[in-house]
Design a protein around this ligand. Structure first.
Ligand code: SF4
Length: 504
């Protein structure tokens, strides 16, 4: 009889979350590298190079791949002959492991989980509770998958109750363009088709934990409808031309998973979940002999790439003017140096609330750039922990007052802006740049100094002033209002030529 000790289980969960914070799965690296080699769009290729270089750096430095270290997910298949040496419920043991992992002294992970979701939205402090799914299966072992899912990709989850005669492929092709680049492509799409609404969602989530093997499937040929769908959706989504980070290119998805289950005669429930450039999960099995042993992968699994910065323009943030900003074009690659403020959701809301009450702001925004970021806590001699960009569209509603009344002239974040924010940028001759989502450790190496400026009580959302040196960004909306997330995908979709380009 297999007896699972409480401490072995908790430590295995903790080790699993630490492991995935800094190690991409090897199949993900292999497929990302293959997509990088195939890519013909310079902007997308550069973004993938940053993701791969960042991944290797995170593995070497044992620090998080992305500043969003995710909501903690645990999938547990418990053999029915297993006995537990504990009186505590399973999800409490998972939470204990998550707490241990996220408050680790050597590699603290960002606590992103809030309670009182529609109220005060208070950070729980240690990223608990996890979301735990348990299945009872035959056997005498416990199979565990732990995964950390970033908010940017999780927020783009889709569900539809299609009519039985509706096409799943058409539905996918209608929703993927609406997801923009917030989910940090290239990554994976996982579909759950059938069952009931919650079953479809759960199947899609489980499917996301499968290894990337689309090329093997293509080589041997599909054996059923689910496998046919995987190939068709993969090819048609990539023909949309969205590309890495939405910049336009050949690879938007590296793989597509489809899991099916019988459903009611009048129903066709379909769930679509994206997994981002920070795909993080690990599988292990407990057999009663002790905690899981997670071997560090070999660095030989990562390609040795260097970033080509030769076509990037150097920009001094301490002397930049609107006249200089007007010379940048959407798609230009820049290297930012100088003083860069930080701030995201809560700080923006507080600033704009203060402005509406006529109060003096705690920081002068005139002539300044702000970076939408919530970094991981620094350790050792780090200035700051991994510090990649967060989704900019959440700050769209604050753009006009900050540009018009507070004097801000530039923003750095990730993915596209909405029409109103784009128009504000044009109207005020400002600039919006993107850093690569999922390249957080790489970006943090460009940050040479950091000081607290305001709203310290907001923790990772406080306003800081970074001193940056050659921070790589791409102009996403230029002062004339041109948006690379519109022009890039349209250009590559036309070039791929498999799907008609809609004229806006
Ligand atoms: S890669 Fe993008 S979507 Fe994924 S966790 Fe990081 S910021 Fe979020």
């Amino acid at each position: 009889m297999t007896i699972i000790r409480e401490e072995d289980f908790i430590q295995s969960i903790a080790d699993g979350f630490q492991y995935i914070s800094c190690y991409h799965p090897p199949d993900f690296i292999r497929e990302m590298h293959a997509a990088y080699l195939r890519e013909e769009s310079p902007a997308a290729k550069d973004a993938m190079a940053q993701i791969l270089v960042n991944s290797r750096m995170a593995a070497e430095g044992h620090r998080p791949i992305c500043q969003d270290t995710g909501i903690a997910l645990a999938f547990i298949r418990v053999g029915m002959q297993v006995t537990w040496d504990t009186k505590r419920p399973l999800d409490e043991l998972v939470n204990e492991g998550v707490r241990r992992a996220y408050t680790d002294k050597l590699n603290p992970l960002r606590a992103s989980v809030l309670s009182d979701v529609d109220g005060k939205r208070k950070n729980t402090g240690d990223n608990t509770p996890a979301v735990t799914h348990v299945e009872l299966v035959p056997g005498d072992k416990v199979e565990v998958i732990v995964a950390a899912k970033g908010g940017g990709s999780e927020n783009k989850s889709k569900f539809a109750m299609l009519l039985p005669s509706d096409s799943v492929v058409d539905w996918v092709l209608s929703v993927v363009p609406t997801m923009g680049a917030d989910w940090c492509p290239p990554g994976m799409l996982s579909l759950g088709i059938g069952g009931s609404p919650e079953k479809a969602m759960l199947m899609a989530k489980w499917g996301m934990m499968e290894p990337l093997d689309l090329h093997e499937l293509r080589a041997r040929g599909p054996r059923n409808r689910a496998e046919e769908l995987r190939l068709e959706i993969h090819d048609k989504v990539n023909a949309l031309g969205i590309g890495a980070q939405g910049l336009g290119g050949l690879s938007t998805v590296l793989d597509v998973k489809v899991t099916e289950y019988p459903t009611h005669a009048v129903s066709k429930p379909v769930a679509l979940l994206p997994n981002c450039a920070a795909s993080r999960h690990v599988h292990f099995v407990l057999d009663g002999s002790g905690p899981a042993k997670l071997e560090a992968p070999s660095l030989d699994d990562w390609p040795k790439l260097t970033l080509d910065l030769s076509t990037s323009r150097r920009v001094n943030l301490d002397t930049i003017t609107k006249e200089e900003i007007a010379t940048f074009k959407a798609g230009d690659r820049l290297l930012l140096s100088g003083k860069l403020l930080t701030g995201r959701d809560a700080a923006h809301k507080r600033l704009v609330d203060m402005m509406s009450r006529g109060e003096k702001l705690p920081v002068d925004l005139r002539g300044r750039f702000i970076y939408y970021v919530g970094p991981v806590e620094a350790v050792g001699d780090e200035v700051v922990g991994p510090a990649g960009p967060t989704t900019s569209s959440r700050m769209d509603r604050f753009v006009e007052p900050l540009l018009a009344d507070a004097g801000l002239i530039g923003m750095v974040g990730k993915s596209e802006r909405g029409p109103a924010a784009t128009e504000s940028i044009r109207k005020h001759g400002a600039l919006y740049c993107i850093a690569v989502g999922g390249a957080a450790y790489l970006v943090s190496k460009a940050i040479r100094g950091s000081r607290m400026v305001a709203f310290e009580d907001l923790g990772m959302e406080a306003i800081r002033e970074f001193d940056v040196k050659d921070m790589p960004v791409t102009v996403a909306v230029d002062a004339a209002g041109n948006a690379v997330h519109k022009t890039g995908p349209a250009q590559w979709r036309a070039r791929i030529g498999k799907i008609p380009v809609a004229v806006a």
